[in-house]
Design a protein around this ligand. Structure first.
Ligand code: DO4
Ligand code: MG
Length: 295
């Protein structure tokens, strides 16, 4: 069971999507309210949804026709880095100018007890399905980072899973690791969606299949696939470092690192379309816009 939000008559509507893609409107304002109702009743969010939709007909509009919004208004988005071997290799390439035999701090963090965790986005900055993500004007090497996102409550309990795009500037990051915030955070540099898969409906979170496709002039110019089974760390390990001595708010998203990196000669361009598909969650689509000449 997945949870979405869509726009209807200028208002956000919460809905459940069944495994056969039928959409049922829910009476709650958002996922957090649904979770609270479930907690108050001593049942699970899935059980609340099942009771709600038992005597209800699905809406006539298909999922593909809805104007989807971010599935959760996450107060903050955090991200883990260098959690997959593929990411470690890509960072080493950036930091060493291609000298792959050099040992860097990326090798160290990959093996260290403490993971890399950084601040990525706020509610006002986070974009949803079909919204534009921007590329920077001062970078010549930019990529999407397709990542599984954990939606957690203030104690770090995982409520659900979504897809996320940790847009990144490889040349700015490669020039100096102290530039990480500029390589990661700018206007429209983070998107999440299209749905939240309720945690209790996921048998094994280490078997999500992630696919990233990039289209240019209606032609596919990149496709990469990976699985969360390749993750070096465990999700609860990442969450434990995020919540430690921190104040985390209900509905926070933790992106869990990228496992797919386009070829080193690739950079995003104005007009590209990014698709991030995660099995049992959906496809997050975002067009790419350059900020050159943008008001
Ligand atoms: O070390 C820089 C960031 C790494 C990252 O964002 C990732 O591995 O996904
Ligand atoms: Mg990342």
């Amino acid at each position: 069971m997945r949870i979405i939000r869509f726009l209807q008559d200028q208002k956000a509507v919460l809905a459940a999507v069944s495994d056969d893609e039928k959409v049922f409107v829910l009476p709650h304002n958002d996922l957090l309210e649904l979770v609270k109702v479930a907690d108050d009743k001593g049942v699970t969010p899935l059980e609340v949804v099942q009771v709600m939709i038992a005597d209800q007909l699905p809406i006539a509009t298909s999922l593909g026709e809805l104007e989807l919004l971010v599935p959760i208004e996450a107060p903050e988005v955090w991200a883990a880095g260098v959690t997959y071997e593929k990411s470690k290799e890509a960072r080493n390439y950036e930091a060493t100018g291609g000298k792959l035999d050099a040992t860097t701090f990326y090798d160290k963090v990959y093996d260290a007890k403490r993971p890399e965790i950084f601040f990525k986005s706020t509610l006002a900055r986070t974009k949803g399905p079909d919204q534009e993500v921007y590329i920077r004007t001062d970078s010549n090497w930019q990529i999407p980072e397709p990542e599984l996102g954990l939606i957690i409550n203030h104690k770090g309990k995982v409520i659900g899973y979504t897809a996320g795009n940790d847009m990144s500037s490889r040349d700015i990051e490669g020039e100096n690791p102290l530039y990480l915030p500029q390589a990661k955070i700018w206007k429209h540099s983070c998107s999440i969606g299209p749905a939240v898969r309720l945690a209790e409906t996921v048998i094994d979170p280490y078997s999500f299949e992630i696919t990233c496709r990039i289209y240019r002039d209606n032609e596919q110019v990149f496709e990469g696939k990976a699985s969360t089974g390749q993750l070096k760390r465990k999700f609860d390990e990442l969450v434990s470092y995020l919540v430690k001595d921190n104040e985390i708010f209900d509905g926070t998203v933790l992106l869990t690192g990228t496992c797919i990196v386009p070829p080193n000669e690739f950079t995003l361009a104005d007009g590209d379309l990014i698709e991030i598909e995660i099995s049992d969650i959906g496809i997050l689509k975002n067009p790419v816009k350059s900020q050159v000449n943008k008001a």
